[in-house]
Design a protein around this ligand. Structure first.
Ligand code: DX5
Ligand code: ZN
Length: 217
């Protein structure tokens, strides 16, 4: 069954705890937390302190997406704050193999994230080391952008590679996912759908979950 990861970037931060609890009640599978540093992406968002607060109110898997330069400096802080999965961007890490080992040492699952224009071939020699590949379907930095259609083929190709190798790796798709395109994205091979605006800006979270599941199983 497809997993749904609401992105708290689109939640109402004045009542973040309640928002997370409501997402959990509505049937979300993970909570996606976007960490931005104002360098790698043109926006600043969340630090470990917020992750720690979310950890206190939810037992769901905390899926921390680091859109930051020098991620190695902060991996331990986010792991300690309660992250269950930490994803780093391949574009920022000249030594991604080392960063992956570092995340594993913290006892946390490893995700590798690729911007829309970053080729899948950049994963060639590290794919066997990761638990999840996070494919960006918008240019990272903001919620509420439009899904970039070329990413659909990227999902299909990556799914084929993972299946051929027999790896147990989830494909997470992040950016512009909504109830109308969720079915096609799932069909292309996604295992986890991140939903920011389409989830938290809707009136009824459970209805979003129901519609996505109806379309994509
Ligand atoms: C974008 C973030 C996304 C964002 C998705 O840089 O990585 O996780 O919250 O938001 P929507 O679903 O609104 O595109
Ligand atoms: Zn994200």
């Amino acid at each position: 069954m497809i997993k749904i990861a609401p992105s708290v970037l689109s939640a109402d931060f004045s009542k973040l705890g309640e928002e997370v609890k409501e997402a959990e009640k509505a049937g979300a599978d993970l909570i996606h937390i976007d960490v931005m540093d104002g360098h790698f992406v043109p926006n600043i968002t969340i630090g470990p302190l917020i992750v720690e607060s979310i950890r206190k109110v939810s037992n769901l898997t905390l899926d921390v997406h680091l859109m930051i330069e020098e991620p190695d400096k902060f991996i331990e802080d986010f792991a300690r704050a309660g992250a269950d999965i930490i994803s780093i961007h391949l574009e920022v890490s000249a030594h991604s193999h080392r960063s992956i080992s570092y995340i594993k040492e913290q006892g946390v699952k490893v995700g590798i994230s690729l911007n829309p224009a970053t080729p899948l071939s950049s994963l060639d020699f590290i794919l066997s080391e990761v638990d999840m590949v996070l494919l960006m379907s918008v240019n990272p930095g903001f919620g509420g952008q439009k899904f970039i259609p070329q990413v659909m083929d990227k999902i299909k190709i990556l799914k084929g590679i993972i299946q051929n190798k027999g790896y147990n790796i989830d494909i997470e798709v992040d950016g512009g996912v909504n109830v109308n395109n969720a079915g096609d994205i799932k069909k292309a091979g996604a295992d986890i759908l991140v939903m920011g605006n389409a989830f938290f800006h809707s009136k009824n979270y459970a209805e979003v979950v129901r519609k996505v599941r109806e379309q994509s199983g």
